[in-house]
Every structure is written in C-alpha cells, then in structure tokens.
Design a protein around this ligand. Structure first.
Ligand code: TYD
Length: 209
C-alpha cells in the first residue's frame, strides 16, 4: 500500500452499478485463499457495524438530498472501515479485497453529483489517512448494460433511479481516475461474460503480486 503501513496487499474493485463487482470479489477471494493467502473481504459503504448503519441511511430509497452531506456520510463509513478493519489487517500482512473504496466517492459524488474531483479527493485523504490501494480493478461496462443487469438482481437503491447522464458522468469519471492512476489501476471490460471478467481480474492480480 502507498503509505507507511507495511505488510498485506490492498486490492479494490470499482465500477458502475451492475458491473459484477460482488461476484468477481467472491471469486478472487476464493482463489487467493486457495493460493494460501490470508484474506479479508469487505465492502463500502459498510464493512463495520457502524458502516452498515451508515449504509442503510445513505442507500435508503430517498436520497440524502444534499451532495456534501451524502459525501461526508460515505467518508465517515470509510474512516471507520480503514481504522478498524483495513489498516489492522494490512499491518498483520493480511490481503484485503474491498468492494468499492475512495474512488467511488470521486466518481459518484465528484463527477456524478458535480462536487468536483479536488474537494472529494481532499475528503478521501482525510478519511483514509492517505492509504491508497496497491491495485484497483475497474470493471468497466456501458451504462445501459450495467443498469439492465442491476434491474434483475440485488436490492435497489436511489442511485438506480438517477439519470443516464449521472451514470455516464460516473463512468467517465472512473475512466479518468484510472488513466491518472496508471500502474495501480487495471481497466477490465465487464461487458464480457462473468467467467471472462473473473479470469481477466485474476490474471491481473497474479501478475502484479
Ligand atoms: P451497492 O448496492 O453496493 O451497489 P453496487 O452493487 O453497484 O456496488 O450500493 C452502493 C451504491 O453507493 C452505489 O450505487 C455507489 C454508491 N456509492 C457512492 O455514491 N459513493 C461512495 O463513496 C460509495 C462507496 C458508494
């Protein structure tokens, strides 16, 4: 990881709604464990008791309404997850695989809600204490395909009701962040069948660690 914490490897899955992150996370965790690694799987928002309560608030059917308040709720959940789960795991050489992390705030609140990248990155830096993933896999899928997949699975949240423009800003934001993040990011075509997405994700994880 990119700060003073030493030990485990920090892997994050990012992408728009319906990109298949949860299924790919489960497959990666299984393979890493079969490889003999000690792995913690977690998610954002959530991953701690407090974080899951914030998740219920922020993903409730009615949106928070004010974008800055929404951002700070995600950041509060993130700060708690980093302090109580992610850092302690990495410090004891455990591999952490997280479904979403700070780049989700940059993409959804920064680009989607138009709060701007700078402001969100400042908030991210405070919540994470400067911790950044060793590798982020961006599961990239055209918005129409992602939303279509979403409608068939999982609990709906108010982000599902956002406009296509919103979701297209989020997707473009993720691609820009990935481009700027260079070697610490890999973009995977998530419009492929899930097996192919999982294989591509696994190849990247193996080749970089
Ligand atoms: P979730 O059900 O986990 O969606 P998905 O299965 O697509 O990952 O819901 C998380 C939602 O919260 C998702 O729409 C993205 C949004 N989100 C933000 O807007 N900002 C954030 O910082 C995070 C972590 C998530």
């Amino acid at each position: 990881m990119n700060d003073t914490t030493t030990g485990g490897r920090f892997i994050v899955l990012e992408g728009g709604d319906g990109a298949g992150k949860s299924a790919v996370q489960a497959a990666l965790v299984e393979r890493l464990r079969a490889d003999g690694r000690n792995v913690v799987a977690t998610r954002e928002p959530g991953g701690t008791e407090l974080g899951e309560r914030i998740r219920d608030l922020v993903l409730a059917q009615r949106s928070v309404g004010d974008p800055l308040s929404e951002l700070l709720l995600f950041e509060a959940a993130r700060a708690h997850l980093v302090a109580t789960v992610i850092r302690p795991a990495l410090e004891t050489s455990v591999t952490v695989v997280c479904d979403r992390f700070a780049a989700s705030s940059t993409a959804y609140q920064g680009y989607g809600r138009n709060l701007g990248r700078d402001l969100v990155e400042q908030a991210n830096a405070i919540a994470t204490g400067g911790l950044t993933p060793d590798l982020t896999l961006l599961l990239d899928v055209p918005v129409e395909i992602g939303l279509q997949r979403r409608s068939g699975a999982g609990a709906a949240n108010h982000f599902d009701n956002e406009t296509l423009d919103f979701h297209n800003r989020v997707r473009a934001g993720f691609l820009e962040i990935a481009r700027d993040g260079a070697a610490a990011w890999a973009v995977i075509d998530a419009s492929q069948p899930l097996d192919a997405v999982t294989e591509a994700a696994w190849r990247t994880v193996k080749s970089q660690g």
